[in-house]
Design a protein around this ligand. Structure first.
Ligand SMILES: NC(=O)c1ccc[n+]([C@@H]2O[C@H](COP(=O)([O-])OP(=O)(O)OC[C@H]3O[C@@H](n4cnc5c(N)ncnc54)[C@H](O)[C@@H]3O)[C@@H](O)[C@H]2O)c1
Length: 316
């Protein structure tokens, strides 16, 4: 049985699948050639990340296909309900990348409070001629310790982010209309662990209290953070979006950064991905990464293995 990993899959996943007797193809087939390729090679399982789209055309025209697997969480690129209706298995790996995304959030936060995003842009240009000016420009940093992190959406990634925040001495508050209370346990290297209990508060209350806000909700029809929400935030607060483009209104965000209402933003995802707006890319107060939240060796290994194990139990 052949599996096509069209957006790649970790070696650990390939090894596990091959050991179970599957053949794994890692060719990246262009979207418009996908149906032909699947039919010609009698592909049984199609694995994708976020690039390949699995819409009704693929589902309707590929009779060999039995399973669609998404390495990661969001399945916006797959017509899940339709595929299931047609009898296909649709699987994903929701938990595998939470820690990696949470660490990226903190990369943005730590970079944000010390202006690393801007220093890294200007040091190569002016570091040798205007060292003292740059030193002054980036002198007013702040610490994260003792500050309040507001987490909007307290699922897997929201809770992983909370764990890091607690570990570095931050206060954590959260808002999640679908989760009234949550208990978060932080494991330490030596086997000790500490549990914290939280209660959800309103988004409005969170925005007023948090020094930094990070959003971890699924793709939504409406902005979770728009002009009204930003107006409620503390002056000089920072915000991170490593969830989905369209969760934060980018126009309102740029306005808030330009007017200094907010001090910085960290963005891993963009409304017009994969061609983010120039106004976002060129803004000196935005720390930018190209949707790499789950892109660590550890997460990709877990994703590959999780997919392989599910495929083996469903198709063998
Ligand atoms: N940057 C990346 O590379 C990357 C990688 C993985 C996941 N993600 C994204 O991260 C997001 C969160 O993933 P997760 O695994 O934590 O999902 P999850 O389902 O575990 O948690 C999402 C939480 O958001 C809550 N929620 C839904 N709507 C809400 C709203 N309007 N306000 C507040 N809370 C709301 C839900 O109740 C849930 O608890 C998803 O959008 C996912 O696509 C990004």
């Amino acid at each position: 049985m052949k599996i096509l990993a069209n957006d790649g899959v970790s070696q650990s996943g390939i090894d596990a699948l091959e050991k179970a007797g599957f053949e794994v193809l890692t060719t990246t087939v262009a979207q418009e050639q996908l149906i032909n390729f699947i039919n010609e090679n009698e592909i049984v399982g199609l694995l994708v990340r976020s690039a390949t789209k699995v819409r009704t055309d693929v589902i309707d025209n590929c009779s060999s296909l039995k399973l669609i697997g998404r390495g990661g969480v969001g399945m916006d690129n797959i017509d899940v309900a339709y595929a299931k209706e047609k009898g296909l298995h649709v699987i994903n790996t929701p938990a595998a990348s939470s820690e990696s995304v949470a660490e990226l959030v903190f990369a943005h936060l730590y970079g944000g409070v010390r202006f690393l995003y801007d220093a890294n842009r200007n040091m190569p240009l002016d570091g040798d001629s205007k060292f003292k000016d740059l030193k002054k420009a980036y002198a007013k940093g702040t610490e994260l310790r003792g500050k309040t992190l507001g987490v909007i959406g307290f699922g897997r990634i929201g809770q992983s982010t909370a764990k890091i925040a607690l570990g570095v001495g931050m206060k954590v508050i959260y808002s999640d209309p679908y989760m009234d209370a949550a208990s978060v346990s932080i494991p330490f290297f030596d086997g000790q662990s500490i549990s914290f209990n939280f209660k959800s508060i309103s988004k409005e209350a969170l925005l007023k209290e948090a020094d930094f806000v990070t959003v971890h909700v699924p793709a939504q029809k409406e902005y979770v953070i728009g002009k009204t929400e930003i107006a409620l935030m503390k002056d000089g607060a920072g915000i991170v979006n490593a969830a989905r483009g369209g969760v934060i209104d980018e126009v309102a965000l740029v306005e808030a950064l330009d007017s200094k209402k907010l001090s910085f933003a960290g963005l891993d995802v963009f409304e017009s991905e994969p061609t983010p707006e120039i106004k976002i890319l060129m803004n000196p107060n935005i720390s930018l990464t190209p949707h790499i939240g789950a892109a660590t060796g550890e997460a990709q290994n877990r994703i590959g293995l999780e997919l392989a194990n599910q495929i083996i139990s469903l198709l063998k």
